[in-house]
Design a protein. Structure first.
Length: 175
């Protein structure tokens, strides 16, 4: 371990290094190194710094909507947000009366499934499929809706998921 150096024993050439900060020079002397003014020169700032000049063009803060759009685009959330907007604004898209009797239930692989209160509503919406699909494509192009499926109310089904065992299901549970 190095001993503490007495400042009186330091040669005058080392002590007169005006460019090196005093604390750094002391640290270097204690480590047994010679403080060098060459390494501690202050860097000159560029006289004209357009990027940091106040009131320069481009220095105004951005609009909150533009910042959020950029964040969602950079994070890859646009598809998810477009799908959420589609479901949330179904009443504006399909109409208030239609929205009372139908609701979107799933969106998988470009197929939007809409569940209706009755088979009559499902059949009428089936006739309006092209109009609704065109409107979805115009308002929410990032949602990725390619096709629509309208379903009516169903009886309970025992078949759920992509892998289903064939058969009639449980028959002795209601007795």
């Amino acid at each position: 371990m190095n001993d503490i150096v007495n400042p009186a024993s330091v040669p005058a050439s080392e002590a007169s290094a005006p460019e090196a900060p005093e604390t750094v020079a002391t640290y270097l002397r204690l480590r047994g190194l010679k403080p060098s003014a060459k390494n501690w020169r202050k860097k000159k700032r560029v006289a004209i710094d357009d990027e940091n000049a106040p009131f320069a063009p481009g220095r105004d803060p951005g609009a909150l909507g533009a910042v959020l759009d950029k964040l969602s685009r950079d994070s890859g959330w646009q598809i998810t947000l477009a799908r959420e907007d589609l479901v949330r604004q179904w009443a504006d898209l399909a109409g208030a009366d239609t929205a009372k009797h139908s609701e979107p239930v799933s969106l998988e692989r470009g197929l939007l499934t809409v569940k209706c209160d009755s088979t009559a509503w499902a059949k009428n919406l089936q006739y309006m499929r092209a109009t609704i699909l065109t409107e979805i494509g115009r308002r929410y192009p990032d949602a990725g809706v390619e096709n629509l499926r309208f379903i009516g109310p169903d009886v309970p089904s025992w078949k759920w998921g992509p892998r289903v065992v064939p058969g009639r299901g449980p028959r002795d549970t209601y007795g």
